[in-house]
Every structure is written in C-alpha cells, then in structure tokens.
Design a protein around this ligand. Structure first.
Ligand code: AMP
Ligand code: MG
Length: 408
C-alpha cells in the first residue's frame, strides 16, 4: 500500500471489514441509573412488576359506576381519593372525587373530567353526555410483569432510564466503558490553553472534539498530544497507548506527505488492514491494530476528522460495545443547491434543513465546504450524502443524515 496507488475503498467495504473485526467486549459492570445514560445494556431487563400496578384515574375528575349513573343528573359525592392514597370502596349509587394517578376505588369504572362537571356542595352534577369506562389507565397497560422492557445491546437513552426506574430498577448491568486513546499529531499544533500561537501554529481542535464525541458514546478517553511529526515519537506513542487502550484514534499524519508518519508508525508497530476511503471529505482513513488495540487513523483536517468519526469510528465503537449496528438512517430531502460537476468520490456535504411553505424539507449547503472549515459543522444539522459521479440540480431529492442520528 504505497503512495497514492492503493485503491480507494467504498464506505460499505470499510464497514464490512470493520464489523468483521469488532468483537464485543464481554465484561460488564453494575451502575446506578444515574450513571447509566449512554451505556449499553449487558443483560435483558425483565419487569419484576406490572406497571401501572392498579387501575387509576387518567384525569382530575369524578369517578362512579356507569351502570349506577345512567339516566341520572346528580350523584352525591361520598369519597375522595388522591394520588398515593390506598384505593377506597365506593358506595353504590355515589361518586368519588378523584385525582390523576389515584387508584380507582372498587365499585367505580368511569371518570368524568372535572371541567365537564359541576359541583354543588357534596353533589356532583353530571354533564349531558359522558362516556362509560373513560379516563382510566388500566393496570398493566404499560408493562406486564415478566415482559422484557429493555434488551441486551440497547444503548440507554434518558427515556430508557425512566422506563427501568418505572419497574423499580435502581441499577443495571452495562458493558464496561471502552478505553479509547486519542492522539493528535502535527508540528503546527498547540493545545488550547497552552499559550498564544507562534508563527505557523494553530490550535489543536481535533483532540477536544474527538474526546467530546467519545464522551457522547460513553467511552473513557485518554488523550495524548499534540505529537510532533516524527516517526520515533509516533511509534513510541502508539506502543504506549496500545498497552491500556481498547482503541487508538489518531488524527493527522495519515496521508502521503513526507511529514506524515502515522501510517508508517502503524505498519512498524502493528498492522494496517485498510487505508483510504472513496469519500470527500475524509479520504485518508486508516484502520488496523497495534497489539491488542484496534487502530483508527483519521485525517487531520478537522471536518474530515469529524465526518470520518461519524461514519466509521462511532459505528465501530458501537459494534465493540455490542450494539446492533444501525444502518445510516438517511431521509430524503430536496436540494436547495446545485452541484454541477460530479465528483468521483462519494461526498458528504454539510447542510442545514429549512422547511418550505408546503412543509417540504430543503437542504441548504454551507457555502464553504473545505475540509478545514469547522464552522460548517456547527452551522449544519447534518450531511447530505451525494453518490460518486452524481450531479445535483436544485429540487432533486437527496439523502440527508442528521448529526443526532450519527453522533450518539
Ligand atoms: P494532516 O492530515 O496532518 O496532513 O493535516 C491536514 C490539515 O489538518 C493540516 O492543515 C493540519 O494543520 C490540520 N490539522 C491536523 N491536525 C489537526 C488538529 N488536531 N486540529 C486542527 N487542525 C489539524
Ligand atoms: Mg500533519
């Protein structure tokens, strides 16, 4: 794989290769629900209880038995049940003041909401029309004891945390965090906070950005760098990172210039399984191993690093965590731009959505699509995916990949 002669791989080829290499980590750990967000479940969660555990009122109002009230205008109010009360027993032919979440008293089967009733002292005046059996949440309408509420391999969203809590789980078994080492390389780089820039220097944006992307996936990160463009130090850093990391992610130095040493360092310290993808931005992506650690070498251009993370690193890490790899979920939108000259590589353009008067979604692209313009990624909502060799005219349907679906 020398120089520029290596064939460019398709996105699908890279995914297939990565998936074949992604062996799920086996170790799990128990965490409290407070710590469970974004972690991947290592067990099926089976509900030990039925939720809700009892029939209860869905509204603030009045409860009674439909058969008792048919044809009547008024009922006397003989009971009051609020949320948290033990369920009472309603005397036949009477009504109960009831509140949302309160258990239905035995002998009542209907709730009429308070806005539709009139109350005169202890007398309830019913509306002309009401629906028998309405406004009641049935026991078990959410979950039945024994149901699997969350499956192994599912990433815990805030709502999944809520669902687990609703069944009384205070802790869950999740896959341990992946340990990811992030190395940035480049003689020109300075860490933000390390002082003002000298001639020809720039701040290292990739290392903090990658760390943030990894945090969203629940990874434990250790960052190294910026490393200089030097083979010996790069090799040494890879060796050291491989000792403790499950995955090493580097940025920069993976192209073909004389100052690019990452690929050579990888070949010296480990193995290069694939290199270079037919996409724009992000062509010089490398994948391999250093010892037991997986290796992903991302390009240095910040937009390329961001896009290749979303397309490859994220899905690969998810596979290591045992998450079922979700296909890229693109949805069709209309191009609010033209792309006259087709590119030989599949292109991912930073784009923002706008809603037309008729509700159609339009994708507008950032005017500067250079892989150095990181502003484009903050401005955009996601990426428009343009197939290799495709020209786009305004109004054409194009696939849109929202960042939210990609980054978490
Ligand atoms: P490279 O992939 O090393 O050839 O770098 C490509 C471009 O990305 C160069 O303009 C670098 O200065 C820039 N670059 C590389 N690494 C970083 C980084 N960590 N943060 C910001 N820009 C970077
Ligand atoms: Mg460089």
């Amino acid at each position: 794989m020398k120089g520029g002669s290596a064939p460019l791989l398709s996105v699908e080829e890279v995914w297939a290769r990565m998936r074949a290499d992604a062996t799920t980590v086996v170790e799990g750990e128990r965490v409290t629900l407070d710590e469970a967000l974004s972690r991947v479940l290592a067990e099926d969660l089976r509900a030990p209880i039925t939720v809700p555990g009892f029939d209860n009122s869905a509204m603030d109002g009045y409860a009674f038995r439909a058969d008792d009230a048919r044809g009547l205008r008024e009922l006397s109010i003989s009971l009051r049940v609020a949320a948290g009360d033990a369920p009472g027993k309603l005397s036949p032919g009477t009504a109960c003041r009831i509140f949302t979440g309160a258990p239905m008293p035995a002998g009542a089967d209907t709730v009429v909401i308070q806005e539709r009733c009139e109350r005169r002292g202890d007398t309830l005046v019913l509306p002309d029309q009401w629906t028998p059996h309405a406004n009641i949440r049935r026991a078990g309408e959410d979950i039945r004891a024994g149901d699997v509420i969350l499956r192994e391999g599912q990433r815990l969203t805030p709502q999944a945390v809520g669902l687990a809590a609703s069944c009384g789980f205070a802790e869950v078994l999740v896959r341990r965090r992946l340990r990811v080492a992030v190395l940035s390389t480049g003689d020109e780089l300075r860490a933000a906070g390390s002082g003002p820039l000298g001639q020809g220097q720039i701040y290292d944006s990739n290392r903090p950005m990658l760390r943030a992307l990894l945090a969203q996936l629940g990874c434990e990160t250790r960052t190294v760098g910026p490393l200089g463009d030097e083979l010996a130090t790069t090799r040494q850093a890879l060796r050291a990172a491989a000792e403790s990391a499950d995955v090493i992610v580097t940025t920069g130095g993976v192209s073909v210039g004389e100052e690019d040493h990452v690929k050579a360092a990888l070949e010296a310290e480990g193995t290069l399984a694939l290199w270079r993808v037919a996409i724009k931005p992000g062509k010089p992506l490398a994948f391999g191993r250093v010892g037991e650690a997986h290796f992903l070498g991302l390009p240095g251009n910040p937009v390329s690093a961001f896009v290749t993370f979303l397309l490859f690193v994220g899905p690969f890490l998810k596979a290591l965590m045992g998450e079922t790899p979700a296909p890229l979920r693109a949805f069709p939108v209309q191009a609010a731009f033209t792309r006259g000259t087709p590119d030989s590589r599949r292109e991912f353009l930073r784009a923002r959505l706008a809603t037309g008067a008729d509700g159609t979604l339009w994708a507008e692209t950032y005017p500067r699509q250079s892989s150095g313009v990181l502003s484009s990624t903050v401005w955009a909502d996601g990426l428009v995916d343009i197939a290799a060799g495709r020209a786009v005219a305004e109004g054409d349907s194009v696939p849109f990949l929202p960042f939210e679906g990609l980054a978490s």
